[in-house]
Ligand binder design. Structure first.
Ligand code: LMR
Length: 331
C-alpha cells in the first residue's frame, strides 16, 4: 500500500478516536459568580450543580467559580460569548451595556417590595426582558432574588442632606449613579470584590447593598451606621450563551430548564429568609445601629431620588416602566 494512503488511514482513525473521546465526555457548565458560597446566589449555584450532577450524571458536569475567582461581573459577559464560561448570574444592575431596559430594576422607589418585583418579572414584559439580549447572543434563563437594598456610611444617614458630599461605592449602573448625584454624593462604580478594601482604606465613605451581601462581605465590621431604605431591589438574571444553549441536545436542555425552575423557587425562598436573618446578624454586631426611617423621612429620600425616572425613560422605555409600576397596583 502506498505510504500516503497508509498515513491517511492512520489520520482518519486518529480523528475518529479523538471524536469518540469527546463524545463520551460530559458537557461542562462553568458557572461564574462574584459572591460567597453562603449567599442566596452562592447556594443556588451549588444546588444547581448538585441536582445536575445527580440527574444528568455522566452527561453534564457543573463547576462553580464563586467570589470572582474566574471573572468579575463586568468581564463575565464577554467570557460567556467567548465560551470561557457557560453560565453566570450578574446583578440586574450590571446589564446596562447589553440591555438598558433592565435598568428599570434600579429606579429608586419603583418597587415596594420583593413581591412587587416578582409580579413584574412574571408579567409579559418581565418575561420578554429575559430574551432582550438574544441579538448579542446572550439568553436569560431565570431571575433570582437577593433582597431590597440598605445604605451604610461612617455616619448616620437619616435624611438626604446627611449624604451630601460623601463618596459611595455603587454597582455600575447609570441609574444608581444619577440617584446619588441628586443627593450630592460622588458615586464610584466598583467590582464587588473591591468593596471591603475601598471602605477599609477610606477610598469610599458609603455603600448600598442587600443584607446578605453586607453581611457576607463583613461591611458591618467597618460601617456602624445603616439605614434600611429599601429604595431598590438587588437581584440577578441567570444567563448563558445562546450558542451553547441552542447546541445542547433537546432532552438535556429541557432537564436543565426543569432543574433551574426548581432551583429558582428555592433560591427565592432562601433569599427572603436570609435577608431577614442577615439583617438581624448585622444589627447584633458590635456598635451597629440600623435606622428605620419614618414615613416622612422616607418621603424625603423619595422626593430627592425619584426625579431621575424621567431622565431614564427614553433608554428604559415607557412601556417597561409603566408595566413595572402597574405590577405594584395589581395585588
Ligand atoms: C454587587 O456588586 O454589589 C453585587 O452585584 C454583588 C452580587 O452579585 O450580589
Amino acid at each position: 500500500m502506498p505510504i500516503g494512503r497508509t498515513l491517511l488511514g492512520v489520520l482518519c482513525l486518529l480523528a475518529v478516536s479523538i471524536t469518540s473521546v469527546h463524545a463520551d465526555e460530559p458537557i461542562l457548565i462553568r458557572f461564574s459568580h462574584v459572591v460567597g458560597e453562603n449567599t442566596p446566589k452562592g447556594k443556588g449555584a451549588e444546588m444547581f450543580k448538585q441536582k445536575v450532577n445527580e440527574r444528568l450524571a455522566g452527561r453534564v458536569k457543573v463547576e462553580i467559580y464563586p467570589r470572582s475567582l474566574k471573572f468579575n461581573d463586568n468581564e463575565v459577559f464577554m467570557a460567556l460569548l467567548f465560551g470561557d464560561v457557560e453560565m453566570a448570574a450578574p446583578s440586574l444592575s450590571k446589564f446596562r451595556g447589553y440591555a438598558p431596559a433592565l435598568e428599570v430594576f434600579d429606579l429608586p422607589f419603583l418597587f415596594d417590595d420583593v413581591d412587587h418585583v416578582h409580579r413584574f418579572q412574571h408579567s409579559d414584559i418581565g418575561q420578554q426582558l429575559l430574551q432582550t439580549m438574544l441579538p448579542v447572543g446572550i439568553e436569560g434563563l431565570a431571575y433570582w432574588d437577593n433582597g431590597m437594598r440598605a445604605i451604610s456610611a461612617n455616619k448616620p444617614l437619616r435624611v438626604p442632606p446627611d449624604a451630601d458630599g460623601l463618596v459611595f461605592r455603587i454597582e455600575p449602573s447609570t441609574v444608581i449613579q444619577q440617584q446619588y448625584t441628586e443627593l450630592g454624593v460622588v458615586a464610584v462604580p466598583m467590582p464587588f470584590s473591591q468593596v471591603y478594601d475601598a471602605i477599609r482604606t477610606g477610598v469610599v465613605d458609603g455603600q448600598e447593598n442587600s443584607w446578605s451581601n453586607i453581611y457576607s462581605r463583613d461591611i458591618h465590621a467597618l460601617h456602624k451606621n445603616f439605614t434600611e431604605l429599601d429604595h431598590s431591589f438587588q437581584g440577578y438574571m441567570v444567563i448563558t450563551s445562546q450558542d451553547f444553549w441552542e447546541d445542547l441536545p433537546d432532552d438535556i436542555r429541557s432537564e436543565l430548564t426543569a432543574i433551574l425552575a426548581e432551583v429558582t423557587e428555592e433560591v427565592n425562598r432562601m433569599a427572603a429568609e436570609q435577608s431577614e436573618s442577615d439583617r438581624q446578624k448585622v444589627a447584633a454586631a458590635e456598635g451597629v445601629e440600623i435606622l428605620e426611617p419614618s414615613p416622612s423621612d422616607v418621603q424625603l429620600w423619595r422626593d430627592a431620588m425619584t426625579p431621575i425616572w424621567d431622565q431614564f425613560q427614553p433608554e428604559i422605555g415607557a412601556a417597561v416602566i409603566d408595566a413595572a409600576v402597574a405590577a405594584g397596583n395589581a395585588q
